[in-house]
Design a protein around this ligand. Structure first.
Ligand SMILES: Cc1cc2nc3c(=O)[nH]c(=O)nc-3n(C[C@H](O)[C@H](O)[C@H](O)COP(=O)(O)O)c2cc1C
Ligand code: SF4
Ligand code: SF4
Length: 269
């Protein structure tokens, strides 16, 4: 809930102007006249020129001066230069770095400002998850090999079966997480999965700015959807969904150039 410091308020009206659900009115001073309408977006905190508005439940220093001092060229350069990383050093990710990634994740927009995404940071249980995921992929492969008609689908199914078998004989084999030391898993209520996907995108860009290696594991995400054992191990509830899994660590690979991309297909109306 927001708090307005009456003594500090100069009645400029900016908070009411930008409160899109209309929760604030300003006569001489600002007043939270319709608290039920407030979605906790914090625009009133952000826009007030005299810092008269604060937000309960967060540390006082959580709000910081706005910082948009990144040139479009550097922003685009970072976006185009980040790559999916499949070669990691064995160095662990320090907690401070993990915390920077979480700060990026929480900064993203969410529908109705729900902020319902939660995060699971996995280190010690990576080998266990890898075993469960490869067993799941093996099972998916067995089913798909019998039902698939398309040769590329059959090849993919056989790959999954081979991965499972190889993992059983070689505990070093890791075609999903590539020996990375850290996973960051994005979990959300089933009706808010787009928010979790956006949070992961923010996090991936932050990882690029920190010179980390990062990879979306779509395979692991698919396995989690098919495996109650994975969801149990991670403590994911019935009403929740594992939306994204980011594989993170220090990269053991460097890319001096960006990768090619199709030109954008745009319809101008
Ligand atoms: C949602 C999503 C899921 C992905 N899943 C995997 C995966 O399971 N394994 C993998 O090696 N790469 C995965 N990728 C990485 C893509 O293959 C990669 O983004 C694409 O080939 C382009 O390469 P770049 O990210 O280096 O530009 C995934 C990417 C996204 C966005
Ligand atoms: S937090 Fe957002 S919705 Fe709530 S009063 Fe402030 S501007 Fe309005
Ligand atoms: S923006 Fe700040 S100073 Fe202006 S009316 Fe709102 S609370 Fe008062």
């Amino acid at each position: 809930m927001i708090q307005i410091n009456n003594d500090a308020c100069i009645g400029c009206g900016r908070c009411a102007y930008d409160c899109f659900p209309g929760a604030i009115t300003v006569t001489e001073k600002a007043e939270l006249s319709n608290p039920a309408a407030c979605i906790g977006c914090g625009h009133c905190v952000a826009i007030c020129p005299v810092a008269a508005v604060s937000y309960d439940g967060l540390p006082a220093d959580d709000v910081m001066p706005s910082e948009k001092n990144v040139s479009p060229e550097r922003m685009l350069g970072l976006m185009r230069s980040r790559r999916s990383c499949r070669h990691y050093k064995t160095l662990p990710l320090p907690d401070t770095v993990l915390n920077s990634l979480l700060q990026a994740a929480r900064a993203c927009p969410t529908a109705r400002n729900l902020q319902a995404t939660r995060f699971i940071a996995v280190r010690d249980k990576i080998p266990e998850l890898l075993d469960l995921a490869l067993d799941t992929l093996g099972r998916i492969g067995q089913t798909q090999r019998e039902t698939a008609a398309d040769p590329s689908e059959i090849r993919r199914a056989e790959n999954f079966i081979r991965w499972q078998e190889q993992r059983r004989t070689d505990p070093n084999f890791d075609p999903l997480f590539f020996h990375a030391p850290q996973l960051l898993i994005f979990v959300s209520p089933k009706d808010a999965v787009f928010d979790a996907a956006a949070a992961a995108a923010y996090t991936e860009l932050m990882a690029a700015s920190l010179d980390l290696g990062c990879l979306y594991s779509g395979y692991f995400t698919a396995c989690a959807a098919m495996s109650p054992e994975i969801r149990d191990l991670l403590g994911i509830g019935e009403t929740e969904q594992l939306v994204r899994c980011l594989v993170l660590g220090y990269p053991d690979v460097a890319y001096p150039r960006t990768a090619p991309r199709n030109l954008p297909q745009v319809t101008y109306l």
